[in-house]
Ligand binder design. Structure first.
Ligand SMILES: *Cc1c(COP(=O)(O)O)cnc(C)c1O
Length: 391
């Protein structure tokens, strides 16, 4: 008999009742050190006092009005994002997937309005993940995600991640945009080099192609900069954001330059829930905390130390781990043993990690995790690896 919850997930036999910072706690009081942070969503940890206060204060006032009216909280969050990024304008969604949908629509509408409606093709990359809508799975293109769901939305081309020559050859007078994650998350924490990102920007500038960055997972302070592309000293034309931006409240956004957004006039797109007062109150508080040079420098400092310790962990357990990769607190351990076994061995030591493609386990702790907790994480991962070696 089918379970009452549609069984599209293989869930671990763990259920948490509450959270405190970097800890998740079961009903019997058992504490787990959370290095997954709800897949990079709980950027400020669980039950952050300022977020709890912001959410409850707003809950007593107003939850939802629809976008038929002015929403001051939405305006405030948009202003904060515009102030701190390349963007001139922002549209709010409830998820990364919805952000992908708008990013695709915006790029096509741009060329349609420029009198080049044949420029509909979007170049995307192998190993990518952009969400679960029919558009987003077509954008990712992997057999795992698209098989059985055809016919797929046409107009996507898939190239090997980081193969600049392939991109150069693929861009044509049909190309609307290049869509890429600066660091692939689901694909196994695969960073694109700064040189590659710069190369894509140059190619887009030379051909008019729009550069769409998917920073749903790598954005919002995760790499030690507000957005990952800042490391390369470039800016996109359109950017998708979600996960960390709501700190756990479902919230996403598409950020764009005035030029890239020029086709999106009144009536061209919308959302019932997107940008609601409750989500935007929380989002604005998250931005206030993260878009701060001291906060980001602290992420970078902790990350550098953590990474060094992870290198030591890999060296100490060469039959379990192969390498560390990633940037800031978006880190992956490439495994030699099946990553699912490594994640399970972590559960036994009460440390939570998240699997990814390419036999990687992801370490995406709350950005507020302390140095002591990171040291504890290493100790638990070390015990998990030892248990696997002696099994
Ligand atoms: C999670 C993710 C998405 C999809 O976001 P949802 O909120 O799950 O719809 C898109 N792109 C990237 C890079 C992601 O990590």
């Amino acid at each position: 008999m089918i379970p009452s919850v549609l069984p599209t997930y293989n869930r671990a036999p763990l259920a948490f009742e509450r959270g405190e910072g970097s800890w998740l706690i079961e009903a019997d009081g058992t504490r787990y050190l959370d290095l997954g942070a709800g897949i990079a969503v709980n950027a400020l940890g669980h039950a952050h006092p300022e977020l709890v206060k912001t959410l409850t204060d707003q809950a007593h006032k107003l939850w939802h009005t629809s976008n038929l009216y002015q929403i001051p909280n939405q305006q405030r969050l948009a202003d904060l994002l515009v102030e701190h990024t390349f963007a001139d304008t922002v549209f709010f969604t409830n998820s990364g997937t919805e952000a992908a949908e708008l990013a695709i629509k915006m790029a096509r509408k741009y060329w349609y309005d420029k009198g080049q409606p044949e420029r509909i093709e979007i170049i995307a990359f192998e190993g990518a993940f952009h969400g679960r809508s029919t558009g987003a799975i077509a954008a990712a293109g992997s057999e795992k995600m698209v098989k059985g769901f055809g016919p797929l939305m046409p107009g996507f081309r898939h190239l090997p991640f980081g193969d600049h020559e392939a991109v150069q050859q693929a861009v044509s007078d049909k190309t609307a945009a290049i869509l890429i994650e600066p660091i692939q998350g689901e694909g196994g924490i695969r960073p694109l080099s700064d040189a590659c990102l710069k190369g894509l920007r140059d190619l887009c500038d030379a051909t008019g192609t729009l550069l769409i960055l998917d920073e749903v997972q790598c954005g919002m302070g995760r790499t030690g900069r507000l957005f990952a592309h800042e490391w390369a000293g470039i800016a996109p034309d359109i950017m998708m954001v979600a996960k960390g931006i709501g700190g756990g409240f479902p919230l996403g956004a598409v950020l764009a330059t005035e030029e890239a957004a020029s086709g999106m006039t009144a009536g061209s797109h919308g959302s019932t829930y997107g940008g609601n007062p409750l989500g935007c109150a929380v989002g604005a508080k998250v931005m206030e905390i993260i878009a701060n040079s001291e906060f980001l420098a602290d992420v970078g400092r902790k990350a550098a130390q953590f990474r060094q310790r992870l290198e030591g962990l890999v060296a100490a357990h060469p039959s379990v781990f192969e390498a560390v990769r990633g940037q800031g607190l978006m880190l992956g351990l490439k495994c030699k043993l099946p990553n699912t076994d490594v994640v399970k061995a972590g559960y036994a030591q009460h440390v939570l990690t998240v699997g990814a493609a390419d036999n990687v386990i992801r370490l995406l702790p709350a950005l507020t995790i302390t140095e002591t907790e990171l040291a504890e994480a290493i100790a638990r991962l070390d015990r998990a690896a030892t248990a696997l070696e002696t099994a």
